[in-house]
Design a protein around this ligand. Sequence first.
Ligand SMILES: [Fe+2]
Length: 284
Amino acid sequence: MTLTIKPTRATLGAIITGVDLAKLDDATWTDIERAFHTYAVLIFPAQHLDDAAQIAFGRRFGNIEHLVADREIVPISNQRADGTLLQDHEYGMQIMRGNEGWHTDSSYMRLAAKASVLSAHVVPSTGGETEWADMRAAYDALDELTRARIANLAAYHSLRYSQSRIGHDAAVGSSYGFHNDAPPLRPLVKVHPVTGRKSLFIGRHAYGIPGLTPEESEKLLDDLVTFACQPPRTYTHAWKPGDVVVWDNRCVLHRARPFDHRDPRVMRHTRIAGEPATELAIAS
Ligand SMILES: [Fe+2]
């Protein structure tokens, strides 16, 4: 098999074929890792990985983050194990609805995520795509005035904040991310630890920029997301069962697109922890 890397027409993303991720050799991994740093989102169609193979692929990127104790892969689904579907008011659906806002994974934890692997198992008849936005290209496209304004700003990140904005008042300790620790503070401009490129580090979990009023902070952060998440910086993937995607949480935002909740959508997710040297909050 020959590894083929086909960039999308957006500023991020590439479709990779000619590799079986379940039998990844070191030389091919080196090419994939290089592509990961270049394109930030890699789409591998029709891989059909089982859990063990997805976890092994995730481990290539670093330490796995445990969203559930002792679990290295978790379902993201509106379908229970017994086949019945969640109702819209249920907790899991509130989390999935939150995922429809632009975000980066685990920015609300003290150690933010490096990467996320997502695989499709059952897809709805329409909708349910995932969309990514390139925060490197977004930073590059900012005008000088905005760049100067945000150069030394930081924001707190909280899942309780972002869920409360969609009307979901989750109890402390109810699941991953709803902790009672002080929220982590992160600069709005992040330097990528490998490429050195600057990017916007924003998204729905960010709030409360020190030095600004809550209203000023919310407006600035919302305006930045609106500006950043526009073509040619966005790419949308319509899933087919078996597809696997990995993205770089350090420099892209992502969101799920809505779908008809009478259809099942079953995805499986592995999250890779950031490096303490570069993804730890500057304060909390
Ligand atoms: Fe996410």
